[in-house]
Design a protein. Sequence first.
Length: 465
Amino acid sequence: MDKSKINILVVDDERGLCAGVQEALRREGYSVDAANDAHTALQLVVERLYNLVLTDIKMPGMSGLQLLKAAKQNSRDTLFILMTAFGTVESAVEAMKQGAYDYLSKPLDMQRLRALVLKALEFQAVVSENNELRLRLQKRSEPGLLVGDSEVMRKVKQLADEVARSDVTVLIEGESGTGKEIVAHSIHLKGARADRPFISVNCAALPEQLLEAELFGHVKGAFTGAVADKPGRFQLADGGTLFLDEIGDLSAKGQGDLLRVLEDGTFRMVGGTKSIRVNVRVVAATNKNLQEAMTAGKFREDLLYRLQIVPISIPPLRERAEDIPVLIESFLEHFTTKHKRRRKKLSAEATQHCQRFPWPGNVRQLRNVIERLVLTCHEGTIDVKDLPDFLRAHDQSATTFMIRPGMSLAEVEKLLIRQTLTRVTANREEAARLLGISRRSLQYKLKQYGLLQDRELSNDPPSKG
């Protein structure tokens, strides 16, 4: 256990005791914060992931038990040890009922406290082997890529929620950086397999000769270097979900092997003779057009139909620029907390620059830019001058958005109206003039296309004059 990576919060309105416990645990090598009231402590728990909270029960305002209940709503995996001078069996039982790990009476025995802290952390380390806990911790420690209230993202999240309740195979399509694996995680965590493993494999990262052994495992002696039996990803995911990323790069042999296991749920380890049956839900993802690959003879038709029982298409960021401000806000909050920087915001003009940029790397590229700005900008407001050169140099007059072949005229018109109101002007009278229609017609089309529900378009600025 690397104690320097363990975050502990000490909460007590007795400042001397609070500081003493904090210092004692710091000498043990832990990273320790302190708060002298429960309201401050709750804010810290919301902003930072703590392994353990030691809190007094009797405090002015919010009690330690109330803090525990409130904090568990934000960080259900944080352990609590409650401290009190009123050590009774009743309060200890109540603390355990509310989810406390253990209980200490004052005056504190520092040797017992250190031993109890170590015991709690060892317990947490064992529990963290559980895949559900590990995924929840990962979710809290990484900013999400699916933030957004645009209509198209609401539909993506709604469809993901619906398929999560079933066991059908899902194919997630989208450009690199759009958040395909995040959608796969979401489907897994909201389904009946949430407490079982989520195993991921990147089909493009493994050469053909290794992919079969990686997916299905191998027995001892199957090939040079196979000194022992090794389970494959399908066995590791038994009962849970297997996420096959970049499925479009799977070789012809790999496609055939995958199709067989999808059809009957059985396979043989490399070098083995015994058939193994598994119960695995498969979620696949690709940044390629598999229909075109199928037409070109590069992807099996039967496998494609087996995979895309439910297809989910994630739009690129350039097609949902109205989500950029809320994504920026989410990333700023995450990275200022992660890197312990002062709170920051982007100026309105800097945000507009970001909305006008096409973001070829999608949400991942935007996230990386925001993290860089958090680290390099020292002012509370990040302005245009602080943006990377490629953003400032982008020709605003050349701003474009993607129209896909096969879109209906209504879809094109809807996209043009949304992009005009989010990228050019939020004033509807001016937007109507630029679009060559009356303001009344624009209002009608906003209602017709359901754009009035878009958060970025819901506040109509006052008309000019």
